[in-house]
Design a binder for this molecule. Structure first.
Ligand code: M6R
Length: 595
């Protein structure tokens, strides 16, 4: 998810170790490359490469870097593969501006063409470099640096923040649009970072920036301005008193809860990325013309494949076959040939079951694409092309934000395949926030009421069937209760016998399937079950369920996606009530590199 850090000090000093430490403290965000730049008088010293912080810092001897100003950046590849040239920070054409960004500049491809046409030296594919050239453009037209940055903001579309400095100046400047940015104020220095962990060892006096603000950092003061009209903004600094661990959890009790609440932000980022990605059109074309199309994954990622197959069929009339990875070769291996296309889905990109299926598929000539969160993972390197999930690091073992971004990506691809306007999907992030706000209290109360049960069911139908499976997986993964996910209509074919007085059954209710869900609700309530319907508010659900957890109105596909949020929250609260650590459930590992 990238991270930036910049510092301005009142005297020339060794900054390399400090920048390395700051970068190290941002590694929890996930990254594949690291770089550092120091500015000493008129000289910029820039060192960067792909790899781990300690390896790159040692190889390029960051320790000897000196100056009064320094910038470091951790890169999580989106535009341009992980490489030395694509690593950040970047220089402008004549090497006197240096800057780095965090986030996605979605019009990067068009901007790079403009910069080249204007005669600038564009060295990489990376959108961080576009931030620097966007400023260079206005500096070359005679604007002072602050004004050039303000104007560049208007040219750079997407969600990002960036920090930039010039050789013959004594300040750094940073701007925020969508991605986090915090400023630290200390004795003889000021600094700026994507997040607090890199600031707190230096100072606990901070100023949090808001979107559309630009900060000027001098060694002895900071000045805040509005990007819109350049007007100064007065914001008193605040004192941070929390521990470092609490800060890393962003004020949440667990990483899982933090990651649940990050879902709207990362959905926004993946939608921006998909809008700007040069790969999407090729992937969609390939899928359109495939003889057979397979979506392959394990666990949560497999549930996203199931959701993708429903979306592809419902929206684009394109059949796709979702398969649990280890079953792929035994079931379909003999039938695979080069006319088939597979999308291999994995958060980690290292799941052995998925890589085994990929190896088998490629041996039979299948065109294999990836959908992964960890860029540079084996899956992203072994496929023709891999789309990034843009979630940053997911620390908690139960997948949450990576699942929703997998589903969002499938939905986006289905829209593109169907020739529909993807702008409609731009509502998703706000709907996610609305859902969490609407359900939070009710779900927490429900968790305390049903927590004594060690047997639950989670049912869905059509687009909500994969969501029911995912909700059940979350529940069993972190509560250690038995929770079975199932097609609602299958319940009467056996499991119905388990129902007793108060038995909790969760229904993920899609708006297209209300009559079927209503009959499912009655089937179990008349036998004493506590039937909880999660869906758009509907009098039919209210009249037939024991209770309704209402989510906001949207399309049937988006409604299915939103229905997973209350289920994630319910699992979280039940896990905590049972005294378990939802981030690190017993017996489980985040990355499964074994057969
Ligand atoms: O990294 P992957 O997406 O390939 O991992 C696959 C599963 O192990 C994973 O989704 C697992 O089911 C989750 N921890 C569930 O929350």
């Amino acid at each position: 998810m990238c991270g930036i850090f910049g510092i301005v000090t009142d005297k020339e000093q060794a900054l390399g170790a400090l920048l390395t430490e700051a970068a190290q403290r941002l590694t929890y965000r996930g990254y594949d490359s690291v770089g550092a730049a120091t500015i000493n008088g008129k000289t910029i010293d820039l060192r960067k490469d792909k790899g781990r912080v300690k390896d790159v810092a040692a190889r390029y001897n960051f320790a000897e870097m000196r100056g009064t100003r320094g910038i470091t950046q951790l890169r999580w590849a989106t535009f341009g593969e992980p490489s030395q040239v694509n690593s950040q920070p970047h220089l402008d054409s004549d090497g006197d501006l240096v800057g780095a960004h965090n986030g996605n500049v979605v019009n990067n491809v068009e901007l790079r063409q403009q910069f080249m046409a204007e005669g600038m030296t564009v060295r990489s594919m990376n959108d961080g470099e576009s931030c620097v050239h966007a400023v260079e453009r206005y500096v070359d037209r005679g604007y002072d640096l602050l004004e050039a940055i303000r104007r560049a903001y208007g040219d750079l579309q997407g969600d990002y923040s960036f920090v930039i400095g010039r050789a013959d100046d004594d300040k750094l400047y940073a701007i925020k649009k969508g991605s986090g940015l915090v400023v630290g104020i200390g004795e003889g220095f000021t600094c700026v970072s994507s997040d607090l962990p890199s600031i707190l060892p230096l100072t606990r006096t901070v100023v949090r920036l808001q979107d559309g603000e630009i900060i000027t950092l001098a060694a002895d003061r900071v000045e805040l301005h509005s990007v819109k009209d350049g007007a100064p903004i007065a914001r008193p600094p605040e004192l941070i008193t929390e521990t470092m661990e609490a800060v890393q959890k962003g004020g949440y009790a667990h990483f899982m809860l933090k990651e649940i609440h990050e879902q709207s932000q990362v959905a926004r980022e993946v939608l921006h990325m998909l809008d700007g990605s040069p790969d999407v059109a090729a992937v969609v074309e390939k899928m359109k013309n495939a003889r057979n199309l397979y979506f392959i994954g394990c666990g949560t990622s497999y549930h996203a494949c199931l959701a993708g197959a429903v979306y592809f069929a419902q929206l684009a009339g394109r059949a796709a076959i979702p398969v649990v990875a280890p079953q792929f070769m035994p079931q379909y291996g003999p039938t695979i040939n080069s006319q088939d296309v597979g999308l291999f889905v994995s958060q980690s990109g290292e799941t052995k079951d998925v890589l085994n299926a990929l190896e088998g598929a490629e041996a039979r000539g299948m065109a294999a694409y990836g959908l992964a969160n960890v860029i540079g993972s084996t899956l992203t390197r072994a496929t023709v092309c891999s789309l990034p999930l843009c979630c940053g690091y997911e620390i908690s073992v139960p997948a949450t934000k990576t699942f929703t971004n997998q589903v969002v990506t499938f939905l986006y691809l289905a829209y593109r395949l169907a020739g529909r306007d993807t702008a409609e999907l731009g509502r998703i992030p706000a709907l996610m926030d609305q859902t969490l706000a609407m359900v939070a209290d009710q779900v927490e109360k429900l968790a305390s009421e049903i927590n004594t049960w060690n047997d639950l069911y989670c049912l869905g139908y059509g687009a909500t069937y994969p969501i029911a499976l995912e909700g059940a997986l979350k529940l069993k993964e972190i509560t250690y209760a038995h929770c079975e996910g199932m097609l609602s209509t299958e319940f009467k074919h056996g499991p119905l016998s388990a129902v007793s007085q108060g038995f909790p059954i969760l229904f993920a209710a899609g708006p297209l399937d209300t009559p079927l869900i209503v009959s499912g609700l009655n089937e179990v309530t008349c036998r004493g079950a506590r039937a909880i319907a999660i869906g758009q508010d509907d009098p039919r659900l209210r009249a037939n369920a024991s209770e309704v957890i209402a989510i906001p109105g949207s399309t049937p596909e988006i409604a299915a996606l939103l229905a997973v949020l209350p289920l994630q929250l319910l699992s979280y609260h039940m896990s905590v009530l049972r005294g378990f650590d939802p981030d690190f459930p017993r017996n489980l590992s985040k990355t499964l590199t074994v057969d």
